[in-house]
Design a protein around this ligand. Structure first.
Ligand code: SF4
Length: 654
């Protein structure tokens, strides 16, 4: 294994590689935390590759973002370069929305889900084979020009392209990257995929078909693992919104509005009734009704638990039908939706049917196991789009794959508390857990907190001096130090609170502000401008905790030297959050620790982690909240500051 490692090992790396090798040999699960920039990717790749080559296994490396996927391919290239071994071969796969070149011409098709895109593609392939001038040109070339396909495969074997490079090359050659990837995957040793390829069962089955190996011959790696529990909760949750019901109504109007359950009700009447039931549930549980039927709107409240049978009972009583008839309605929605999909498919459109989706939702809603779910009514769109939601509390319902593969390795720069991660995902108690200290010099990073401010709501309401004092810290730091500074607010609401008060005019630096609805390209432009503007005098970037900047972007060297965390980023006390806390209380007796404390700690550590990316980086983080000492177990080098600007100044001068 040491032979494959392409660099001089840094602090902890030899130890990490040894632990991974032990886990692979003993077939145990391994969960570890090692700070950002400590070289986890290269350690896990070197150890797993060495084992895979020797024992005829394959590696499935799952990442959350495309940027992480690129990083894996770059490290794989470094290993291959050093070892010059043709067996070291890897491929990055993205979702079909990115890989289907035909879908790229049409934004509606590109936004289809995996099932819709798979169906769209099957039909295009059928057309290509049956009719000369129809179907998909990328598939036609793939079928007819074997030399061109072989040339691309050879090029990929030699160059280990990232998914983006591979798609671009296929596009130039007018060949389907998705189809060629299926061939490559069969020969590749490392397959780098987004989470969905492993945790969505139907997609996983396809992936294993392409690989043509058994689960037990796979080493599974989960990168940025702190994202996985929330990702799985989202994946296994389902919702029905007013917007979706309106789309159902439009679909019914367009395709003939047939009747359901032997003529008992028309599709549109059924959808209108459901729409009204959701609005009433929202009015009753989220808003609350005062005497005289007046709604009592609380702008802070946007969701509420609803009794598990409430929606069905209301629908049955309004329509005067039995639950048997509701089942018939669901079956009819499936059948009717299927026909609509077929029509659309023949029209070469995205084969999507909202009525079919409604049938799927109702079937799920009426049968879901309530010991792992809660049912909510939610309205966070100021009344425009209320919805009901079956929210999955237990991410372990999607982790059976961990038991089937040879071994799984889970890693992140911010995973503590590791027992929470293990328990949430239902990993066995004997899972090896390890936290490695930062490999960088301790003196390069300072973390301060102050005791005279907080974002705790009750205190902010009582003491009107807190917010001005908080702003004094923020503006003082931004104006005093000619260093690139990121100020991370707990939410867009808090950010706009300062903005509305006209505070931002007091910042005498280039100021960049993350807006809530920024597209990815706008955000990248903002961050790049911030990085380059700060060359001489330092710029300030105002961002939001847990967002794409504070968790997903790199700021090496002087691109970021001061991080200011405004308040503790506790999750909002929503009904969904209470449900999660209760669930963890009942299951592990650790509701607050697992559902509140741990996510807040991870968010802060992610933000602080932006400061130091290698040995020469220096940076100072500041937590503006008196509750910071509660997190000493996770951020142990944090110190109280009684004179914040002086302390920061001293660190910078050193
Ligand atoms: Fe898209 Fe490829 Fe299918 Fe053509 S063959 S529709 S390019 S995935």
């Amino acid at each position: 294994m040491a032979e494959l490692f392409p660099y001089l090992p840094r602090r902890n790396q030899t130890e990490i590689i040894q632990e991974i090798t032990n886990a692979l040999t003993k077939r145990t699960q391994f969960v570890f935390e090692s700070g950002t920039g400590s070289g986890k990717t290269i350690c896990v790749l070197a150890a797993a590759l060495s084992y895979a080559l020797e024992h005829n296994k394959k590696i499935i490396y799952t990442t959350r973002t495309n940027a992480q996927q690129q990083q894996v391919i770059h490290e794989l290239r470094a290993i291959k370069k050093k070892n010059n071994d043709t067996r070291i071969y890897g491929v990055g796969i993205q979702g079909r929305g990115n890989m289907c070149l035909l879908a790229r011409d049409d934004p509606e098709i590109q936004n289809g889900n995996s099932e819709e895109l798979s169906r769209f593609c099957s039909y295009q392939k059928k057309l290509t084979v049956q009719e000369k001038r129809k179907g998909c040109r990328y598939y036609r070339n793939y079928l007819s020009d074997k030399d061109r396909v072989d040339a691309i495969m050879l090029w990929a074997l030699k160059n280990l392209p990232t998914a983006e490079e591979f798609i671009q090359t296929c596009e130039k050659q007018v060949l389907c990257p998705y189809e060629i990837n299926k061939l490559i995957v069969h020969d590749a040793l490392v397959i780098v995929v987004p989470y969905v390829y492993v945790f969505d069962k139907s997609i996983r089955i396809k992936l294993f078909d392409w690989l043509a190996i058994a689960e037990e011959d796979v080493i599974l790696i989960i990168d940025e693992a702190h994202n996985l529990p929330d990702y799985l909760r989202e994946l296994f949750s389902m919702e029905l919104s007013s917007w979706m019901l309106t789309s159902c109504l439009m679909e019914a109007e367009q395709y003939g509005n047939p009747s359901l359950a032997d003529g008992r009700i028309s599709v549109s009447s059924f959808c209108k009734e459901l729409l009204d039931v959701i609005t009433v549930l929202r009015d009753t549980y989220v808003y609350g009704i005062l005497e005289g039927g007046i709604r009592k709107i609380n702008p802070e409240k946007n969701d509420a638990l609803i009794p598990s049978q409430e929606l069905e009972v209301e629908v049955l009583s309004r329509l005067k039908i039995t639950s048997r008839t509701l089942k018939d309605i669901i079956i009819d929605l499936y059948a009717y939706g299927e026909k609509i999909k077929e029509y659309k498919q023949k029209d070469e459109k995205l084969p999507r049917s909202y009525l079919h989706n409604l049938g799927v939702f109702l079937s799920f809603w009426t049968t879901v196991e309530m010991d792992q779910y809660i049912k909510l009514v939610v309205d966070n769109s100021q009344g425009k789009n209320p919805r009901v939601e079956a929210y999955c509390l237990d991410p372990s319902i999607g982790t059976s794959i961990f038991w089937d593969v040879h071994c799984s390795i889970h890693m992140s720069g911010t995973l503590e508390p590791l027992d929470e991660y293990r328990d949430s995902l239902g990993l066995p108690l004997e899972t090896r857990l390890a936290v490695y200290p930062s490999p960088f010099p301790e003196e390069n990073r300072k973390i301060f907190f102050v005791r005279d401010v907080t974002t705790r709501y009750e205190e902010l309401m009582k003491d009107k001096t807190i917010l001005p004092q908080m702003w004094k810290y923020v503006s003082g730091i931004c104006n005093r130090f000619e260093k690139n500074t990121m100020v991370i607010f707990p939410s867009y609401n808090t950010l706009s609170l300062f903005r509305k008060n006209g505070c931002f005019a007091e910042i005498h630096r280039c100021l960049y502000i993350e807006e809530q609805n920024m597209s990815q390209s706008e955000l990248m432009e903002l961050v790049n401008d911030f990085k380059s503007c700060g060359d001489d005098t330092g710029a300030a970037l105002f961002s939001v905790m847990g967002g794409r900047i504070s968790e997903g972007m790199d700021f090496p060297a002087e691109q970021l030297e001061i991080a200011v965390i405004v308040g503790i980023p506790y999750p909002k006390p929503t009904a969904r959050q209470h449900g999660l806390q209760n669930y963890y209380d009942q299951k592990f007796g650790k509701g607050f620790e697992y559902a509140v404390q741990a996510p807040a700690a991870r968010k802060m550590l992610q933000a602080i982690g932006r400061l130091i990316r290698d040995e020469d980086d220096r940076g100072v983080a500041v937590i503006l909240d008196k509750r910071a000492p509660r997190f000493h177990q996770y951020i142990n080098e944090m110190r109280e500051s009684k004179n914040l600007l002086a302390d920061i100044g001293r660190f910078i001068k050193q």
